[in-house]
Design a protein around this ligand. Sequence first.
Ligand SMILES: Cc1cc2nc3c(=O)[nH]c(=O)nc-3n(C[C@H](O)[C@H](O)[C@H](O)COP(=O)(O)OP(=O)(O)OC[C@H]3O[C@@H](n4cnc5c(N)ncnc54)[C@H](O)[C@@H]3O)c2cc1C
Ligand code: FES
Length: 279
Amino acid sequence: MKNPYHPIPMIVKKASVETTDRMLRTLQLSFLNEEDAKAFRFIPGQFCELSIFGKGEAPLGIASSPTENGSLKFTINKAGVVTTALHHIEEGTEVGMRGPLGNGYPIDIFQGKNVLVIGGGFAFTTLRSLIAFFLHPENRNKVKDITVIYGARMPGLLLYKEELKEWEKRSDIKLVVTVDWGDKDWKGKVGLVPNVLEELAPSSENTYAVICGPPIMIKFTFPKLMALQFPDERIYTSLERRMKCGIGKCGRCNIGHIYVCNDGPVFNYAQLKKLPKDY
Ligand SMILES: Cc1cc2nc3c(=O)[nH]c(=O)nc-3n(C[C@H](O)[C@H](O)[C@H](O)COP(=O)(O)OP(=O)(O)OC[C@H]3O[C@@H](n4cnc5c(N)ncnc54)[C@H](O)[C@@H]3O)c2cc1C
Ligand code: FES
């Protein structure tokens, strides 16, 4: 049996800065060994522990889609020791990766339904994976309407800007990108994500909502979804906790009896309501 603590060797194939404040960097990693690449299967919403020798490990959501074979993409906010090291790492350097970890989004449950994706800030990473997965020609007919509301504080802080432009041109996805404050070049929407949701008022009929973003955005978006009559079971989110092992062994990430790393990080609102209030 494979040791779950043993990282898979990966190489930094491409590194790019995403945002004007230079706090978010995307790394595209490729597998060092062909057999690791072949064996690696994941679903959108899962995460990996990325490690740099001598620095440590950090859990990071997979930003690429399973339909994008051969490499994995992570978008990293510079927060502390490991993430800063990942910001300085050069193309061609080896890093370690344990994963895929966690449950991921319930893509089977979404089949045949409309999907409403609501994202804010850099939590858009795994939502990007989910959207790219369903937009792939092999998967597009698995769900009906795809509606995306994605917001950032200002235009320069939006992730995946080129891809957003491509999605905007497509007729099989409704994308609304919004910023809290525009600038002289911004022609798009200005407004907070919860207000844009209220204005757009998507139907909750036959629809699942997936929401990831800063706690303040989630706090004000939930009541808007309630007002649109989304049942708790049809609202999904991904929790972020301090983690260590990522495989349900160390107890670092628990909330009551659940381990966020193993039972989550994706939960629906009905499940979250049953948890102790410390999350
Ligand atoms: C399932 C999951 C998915 C994640 N996906 C992403 C992602 O796609 N992109 C991304 O940039 N980040 C993501 N994170 C957050 C990321 O794991 C932390 O920012 C990272 O572990 C910090 O490590 P560090 O060594 O750089 O910071 P440290 O030096 O360990 O800490 C620096 C500061 O960050 C705080 N911190 C550390 N970990 C967390 C955490 N999990 N939540 C809140 N505060 C924390 C510490 O308290 C400290 O104040 C994710 C976390 C989880 C649990
Ligand atoms: S991180 Fe160790 S149990 Fe979840």
